[in-house]
Design a protein around this ligand. Structure first.
Ligand code: SIN
Length: 294
């Protein structure tokens, strides 16, 4: 089998061709997929018809699985989350820039999303490269960010007082479960060292980050908003249009994603497996330390 990797934009993302995911993968192929995934932040597969069992096998070839405690599981598959929006729903899941599980003490390494039912148009997913976003900041702002940590929370998204909980009360239809499991916040470095490549990555996101540690919300907001605008610049991003048989696999330590909610009145059903990660470490700029010592 010969694998071909084609970049889809200057920002992030690559399509992987020449691999069939409905058959066991050799260690070499898994290693090649993983290299592309770390380098490009998100990889896409086309024309794959995989069963939930094969989806699980693909995930396990890369990592342990971490079950999302808020998402409704696929019937019969507790490790696979349903990401769906029905004809009569207005809100979708993941409809703003975010990193999955940044509210966890040990955030997820990545996610594998498989298209199961698609609208006739719309429902694309956008991705942004947060390593490139950090690299394109000024040295002055980079240096400021290196000393900071940020607080991430799931409470306002999945908790009892969240918009989704209110919507569930109004409609009698719950989008998420386990609201009480959203209570504990997590603190991570604002610039992490990517656990595999070692490169610096900006690790804050509009959905789950509340503030910089030790700063008030009001003090944090202007800088966070600047970083969010900067990271979402078109040259840092790519946009994936789903087709039947499409699969996306993204690195949560390096990218954001954003599910476009532009298909009201139609159904979109996706299956997501989240890959277990490791505790995130702050990036240390050794070139600056060495220059100081010299
Ligand atoms: C997600 O945020 O995991 C969902 C992305 C999508 O549905 O495109």
């Amino acid at each position: 089998m010969s694998i071909e990797i084609r970049r889809v934009s200057g920002g992030c993302g690559a399509e992987i061709h020449g691999v069939r995911l409905d058959a066991p993968l050799s260690a070499e192929v898994v290693a090649e997929i993983r290299r592309a995934y770390v380098e490009h932040g998100v990889v896409f597969f086309r024309d794959q018809r995989i069963t939930p069992e094969q989806h699980l096998a693909l995930a396990r070839s890369l990592s342990d699985i971490v079950v999302n405690r808020f998402f409704v599981p696929v019937e019969g598959y507790p490790e696979i989350a349903t990401v769906s929006k029905g004809e009569f729903d207005t809100a979708n899941i993941g409809g703003d820039w975010h990193t999955d599980h940044s509210y966890d003490q040990v955030p997820a390494m990545g996610s594998i999303l498989v298209a199961r039912e698609l609208p006739a148009f719309g429902g694309d997913t956008l991705f942004a490269n947060l390593s490139l976003a950090f690299k394109t900041l000024s040295p002055g702002l980079q240096k400021t960010l290196l000393g900071l940590r940020a607080v991430h929370s799931a409470e306002h998204v999945f908790g009892r007082k969240s918009r989704s909980a209110k919507l569930a009360e109004e409609t009698g239809k719950a989008m998420f479960r386990n609201a009480d499991a959203a209570a504990v916040d997590a603190v991570h470095p604002v610039v992490i060292a990517h656990p595999e490549s070692g490169e610096p990555v900006l690790y804050v996101n509009p959905i789950f980050t509340l503030r910089f540690e030790g700063w008030t919300d009001a003090e944090s907001k202007p800088l966070l908003e600047y970083l969010y605008r900067h990271a979402a610049r078109p040259e840092h991003t790519c946009r994936f249009t789903w087709r039947p048989g499409s699969i996306a696999m993204w690195d949560n330590r390096k990218t954001w994603h954003n599910a476009a909610n532009d298909y009201h009145g139609q159904r979109r059903v996706m299956h997501r497996i989240t890959l277990d990660g490791c505790a995130l470490q702050a990036y240390v700029d050794t070139t600056a330390t060495q220059a100081q010592a010299a």
